[in-house]
Design a protein around this ligand. Sequence first.
Ligand code: UD1
Length: 418
Amino acid sequence: MEKLVITGATPLKGEVTVHGAKNSAIAILPATLLCNGICTLNNVPNIIDVRLSCQILEQLGSKISWVGSNTLVIDNRNVNKTHAPLDLTSKFRASYYLIGAMLGRSKEIEVGLPGGCNLGARPIDQHIKGFAALGATVNLSQGKINVKANKLVGTNIYLDVVSVGATINVLLASVFAEGITTIDNVAKEPHVVDVANFLNSLGADIRGAGTDLIKINGVKSLKNNITYSIVPDQIEAGTYMLAAIATKGDLLIKNCIPEHLDSLTSKILEIGGNVECFDDTIHVWYTKRPNKTIVKTLPYPGFPTDLQPQMGVVLSLASGTSVINESIWDSRFQYTAELNKMGANIIVQGKSAIFEGVENLSGAPVYATDLRAGAALVIAGMAANGVTEVFNLNHIDRGYEKIEEKFASLGAKIKRVS
Ligand code: UD1
């Protein structure tokens, strides 16, 4: 079993470049199925979830090759299957995007019910509601979901919860639907906008991505060739920002979009840290103990749930009592038990966690319980006195490319050991 061994208490210093966004890449890869031609994607993170998406597309008939370390060429001209491999699709969450994309392409798809990080109940009722409203028939049985339609017809859809997945999935299914589709109460995350930008670059007619209402004017066909660059990863950038604060460091974070991190920036300023934003670079530094604060996770542009565990590390070291209220996922505080092993003082009460700040954390063996929990534990290890061993790296490798190499280049004493 691999582990990361971290000798902590070294401030991170230097420059780091952010990769393309995981959550965008794993939506745009299936979205390429709407193109019966060749898509070249730049700025693709080379992470497990992307490689898994590629494997699934290949089994449907796509020909995919890496050209250089972060460019993928996807040829979908021979995609002819409508049943995706159940073992692979049930392994990760974003396989549900195959449904919207293949409904658009072939009017039929069968996939395994989506897996992914264990963050609590992860229903897909809003996706299903959207597909049905467009005219599809949805059948769920024996761990799989089969969706088919004779034709898809545009309509008005109101999502009962703000859902990134449902927004993107219904959007994918609407690109070729007859007439106009409106999707109301949609998610506004940067990767929702990125998927819409990708589809519009291909010739789709989508307006309003980034607002509460998306309007899709159905088109008959898309271009058969495109080169597109994935948006920088908001969560990876935020992870470095919080690593800088937790380790009392000084980082220049390049290839990011500072506006995507406004909610985090304002929290960092509130707890005493320093943030300076440039066009595509963020400078974060702080050498003192952070102040306490209250954080509530919300859909974008609110504070992202995917940065909540990393923020939790900072607040476990802040002076005074801080509170995090998690409003998106039920089981997102599993990392707190691991942080408590390192000397943190955190009590979880339902959807809230109370952080009695401690002066120092101390190294311990800890287990990543999900992707962002893993990132948080790496940050904790780099901030703590002594040696931390982080296990369950499969979670971290799903979403961070070369995490130990990047942190090592910033001065962290971190190595991967088999
Ligand atoms: C995506 C991200 C994940 C992030 C989350 C919230 C991907 C692959 N994953 O997950 O990293 O934590 O957004 O920013 O992009 N819900 C329903 N019914 C539905 C769909 C969702 O009730 O049909 C609820 C969920 O239980 C949750 C909330 O809506 O409480 C938000 O979920 P959603 O935005 O859909 O998350 P994902 O797309 O799964």
